[in-house]
Design a protein around this ligand. Structure first.
Ligand code: CA
Ligand code: CA
Length: 462
């Protein structure tokens, strides 16, 4: 009886709280003097923030938002924050900044050029937010010395960034330097090149950067899932300065380090997972973060597909596929004294698939100091084009599925008679057939007809 009453009270309070949750609207034709209703929308997300609190939703209508210097919300140091989100939600009551269903809000920053300032289109110094479905284009760089601009910078925790497109600008797509437990889900960063500052090669412009600074600040569990990065002038994904571990899962990275016409630009790594080591005096974490890179795909990047980047410890590289990078898997580590570089130690490399690297399938792996025995490059398998349904790289950038998940393409999926099927080792993830396949795409086909079919890789939002 008590249970039933509590349940009723819970239901009533849930209904009340959802009835109380406010919805406000932003539209390209809006005005910040309006009431924020669907028929009388605000013009800016900045204005909408003032009107909402935990549990509320801002719907952003489709169309083109022309951003200008006069819309910059805050100048802080040498940063210009065009939209500055400082109001947090609460656990289970996020503040939502969502594209209105079936519409695409397109924010154009081409005209935002405050002299002497770095430009951050969205500066997020708040937690428990969910930002979804926004397109950010044309973010500028105005300085010619060392600098960077960013489409989204996160300094909060428990945020979700979903279905964002950050492209055709001079800025980093997504950049995290504080905060933990953030999920970056199904976002695309492409055609980003800073051709203004320093040597004009865009050496700071990664698609996604995760660099939580400082020890023991709770900046853990930042996860990138289902994201794509291509034609960014530096790296696809970079966690060179992360003091805590980052997870990359089901993410694709291709043609980074090049312009969209394949001019050679910055570093050009697919996944640069690690760092610190080059200077013996540079601050390092008290315990070395063990990054996780699993079910990811790196294709045609200028330098390495999967790169340990002088890290001072090992990471977990599981079921990744690399094709046509200079070096597909480069586990280069720094010695613990930070005096010299050498072959990677402490890495777990399992079920990875390497095909047709431009220079070398792998490099810098001390196999005695790593747990690396079930990869295409150290199993007795021959990888050839007949293993794959398609090698058409143009498929990688086709539109996503309606729910935002990665497109379902045949690129580097295994043919039914591929010898790479069931060649992996059971490392605790779901698989089909007798054993996991090599690479990031588990085949539906089993070499063992009696094997019980299991479900595919979990794609749910966590
Ligand atoms: Ca980089
Ligand atoms: Ca299998």
């Amino acid at each position: 009886m008590f249970y039933k009453v509590s349940l009723l009270v819970c239901c009533i309070s849930a209904i009340c709280s959802s009835l109380l949750a406010k919805v406000v609207f932003v539209a390209p034709t809006g005005n910040n003097a309006n009431a924020g209703t669907i028929t009388s929308p605000f013009l800016t997300i900045q204005r909408a923030q003032e009107a909402v609190s935990a549990g509320d939703t801002v719907y952003i209508r489709g169309g083109k938002y022309i951003m200008t210097d006069s819309l910059v919300a805050s100048f802080s140091g040498n940063w210009a924050y065009v939209t500055f989100l400082t109001k947090s939600g609460k656990p289970n009551k996020r503040i939502n900044y969502w594209a209105y269903p079936n519409e695409t809000p397109f924010f154009d920053y081409t005209a935002v050029k405050p002299a002497g300032y770095r430009v951050n289109a969205f500066q997020v110094n708040a937690s428990y937010l969910h930002i979804k479905g926004i397109e950010v284009v044309g973010v500028q760089v105005t300085q010619t010395n060392h600098t960077q601009s960013e489409c989204f910078e996160n300094q909060g925790s428990f945020n979700i960034y979903e279905m964002l497109k950050m492209h055709d600008g001079k800025a980093i797509g997504f950049y995290l330097n504080k905060g933990g437990n953030n999920l970056i889900l199904n976002c695309d960063a492409y055609n980003n090149w800073d051709n203004v500052s320093e040597n004009k090669l865009g050496g700071n412009v990664d698609g996604f950067g995760c660099h939580p600074k400082g020890d023991s600040l709770g900046y853990v569990n930042n996860v990138f899932k289902g994201c794509r990065a291509w034609f960014n002038s530096d790296d696809g994904y970079d966690c060179i300065n992360a003091f805590e571990a980052t997870t990359f899962e089901n993410c694709w990275s291709f043609f980074n380090g090049y312009s969209s016409s394949f001019t050679s630009l910055g570093d050009g790594n697919g996944f640069k997972a690690g760092g610190y080591g080059l200077s013996a005096t540079r601050a390092i974490p008290s315990s070395m973060p063990r990054n996780v890179i699993r079910f990811c795909l790196a294709v045609g990047n200028k330098a390495n597909g999967f790169y340990a980047n002088h890290h001072l410890g090992g990471s977990d590289w599981f079921n990744n596929t690399a094709n046509g990078n200079a070096i597909n898997f480069n586990m280069l580590n720094r010695s613990s004294s930070r005096q010299s570089d050498g072959a990677g130690y402490g890495h777990n490399l399992k079920n990875n698939l390497s095909y047709n690297a431009r220079v070398s399938e792998y490099a810098n792996i001390d196999f005695d100091a790593c747990n690396a025995d079930t990869n295409s490059f150290n199993l007795s398998v021959n990888v050839s084009k007949t293993d794959f349904i398609s090698l058409d790289q143009t498929l990688l950038s086709v539109p996503r599925q309606a729910d935002g998940s990665l497109p379902n393409i045949d690129f580097m999926k295994l043919t039914n008679n591929s010898s790479l099927i069931d060649k992996g080792e059971n490392i605790g993830f779901p698989f089909v057939g007798a054993a996991p396949d090599l690479g990031c795409f588990e085949s539906n086909y089993s070499k063992n007809p009696k094997a019980k079919r299991k479900v595919g890789i979990d794609k749910k939002v966590n």
